[in-house]
Design a protein around this ligand. Structure first.
Ligand code: ADP
Ligand code: MG
Length: 346
């Protein structure tokens, strides 16, 4: 955003609101990038309308992050979360180094639900109330427990974070866009009894639907995720009476608070242990290799973290728009195989 915005754009938009629920403005949209000019994206959306109302600014930001994506009807986002379409396989070399596999997708509810950067305690609680209804109807392997931040002890919350299930919620860049306001209202996590299906509530986006398995069974992860997404979509549609349960854009696909997540909202990752590579190149060196393959490397405690648990890192797809979910997962698998082969060769 900081590299893209011009005085002319700001002047054009400074006195208007985006037109959705609430009163999202360009000043609020750019706050993260103003405070942290080196943030990846530096701009957020407070309602689905933001993207079109302030298109002169969002469009170049979105196109430059999601390399290769063009904001026009010909490149309209298409979705595919069918595990049968995964064509890549995790190599034997990678398999023995992978600790766990995770795929998540971001979802936001349409009106009357207000997107979180623009919301308050009541709007967040309304989302949690809906989720309570929906998860009560899940069956079989998706059944589980809803943990609400307002009722969790600090120890219980920390345990869920340490086990990699739950968001931390203490990031300054996220705080600058309004994610952490009215904490802990409406925040929570739903976890299935086998802990393989997790759903974040109101971290930033209304929902993050997550499948997390120990080991390298990425196809199993996607199968579970796909089932969970279908069940949650159907549950939300039933509870709200809307045939389109989530906020979508005809070109941009799923609407998310942060433009890095538009489209699929999908980040597919593995934790992989590559001690020699980390020793030689550091996390940032491995990240540079990943970037050449449309992927990224993170430390093992989430975005912006360093390597703190042994030498495991989180390798995932970097883009979420311009490719289907399955294409992103294939990119991740290819990159993980390449990284494992490099480790082997050292
Ligand atoms: P997101 O992209 O979903 O916002 P974050 O980078 O904030 O993800 O990480 C959320 C949590 O998920 C962190 O605790 C992180 O360590 C954990 N995580 C990410 N990938 C994996 C994985 N493959 N296995 C286990 N935990 C993971
Ligand atoms: Mg995140």
């Amino acid at each position: 955003m900081a590299r893209t915005i011009t005085e002319e754009m700001f002047e054009k938009y400074k006195n208007i609101s985006s037109g959705g629920l609430g009163n999202w403005t360009i000043s609020r949209a750019i706050n993260t990038g103003v405070m942290f000019p080196r943030a990846y994206m530096g701009i957020h959306a407070g309602d689905p309308e933001s993207y079109d109302t302030f298109i002169d600014l969002y469009k170049p930001c979105v196109e430059s992050y999601h390399h290769g994506f063009k904001w026009d009807p010909e490149h309209a986002h298409r979705t595919d979360l069918n595990p049968a379409n995964i064509t890549e396989t995790i190599s034997e070399e990678a398999k023995k180094r992978i600790i766990s596999s995770r795929v998540r997708v971001a979802r936001n509810l349409g009106p009357p639900y207000v997107m979180n950067p623009n919301g308050n305690a009541a709007t967040r609680n309304a989302v949690l109330d809906l989720v309570r209804d929906v998860v009560g109807t899940l069956d079989d392997e998706l059944k589980g427990t809803l943990y609400e931040h307002a009722k969790l002890t600090p120890e219980e919350e920390q345990r869920l974070i340490d086990d990699h299930f739950l968001f931390k919620g203490r990031d300054m860049r996220q705080a600058a866009c309004g994610y952490h306001q009215y904490w802990p209202a409406g925040r929570g996590i739903f976890q299935s009894h086998d802990k393989q299906f997790n759903m974040w509530i109101n971290e930033g986006d209304h929902l993050r639907i997550v499948s997390l398995f120990q080991g390298a069974d990425i196809v199993g992860v996607v199968r579970k995720l796909s089932k969970a997404v279908d069940a949650i979509s159907a549950g939300v549609a039933r509870a709200t009476g809307s045939s389109t349960p989530f906020a979508q854009h005809p070109i941009l696909g799923m609407i998310t608070c942060c433009p890095t997540n538009l489209g699929t909202g999908c980040r597919a990752s593995v934790f992989i242990d590559v001690p020699k590579l980390i020793k030689k190149l550091g996390l940032h060196g491995v990240d540079a290799i990943c970037a050449e393959n449309h992927c990224q490397a993170r430390g093992s405690t989430g975005e912006f973290s360093e390597v703190t648990e042994g030498s495991r890192i989180d390798v995932s797809n970097k883009y979420r728009l311009g490719y289907s979910e399955i294409e992103l997962i294939n990119q991740m698998i290819r990159t993980v195989n390449a990284i494992a082969q490099m480790e082997e060769a050292l």
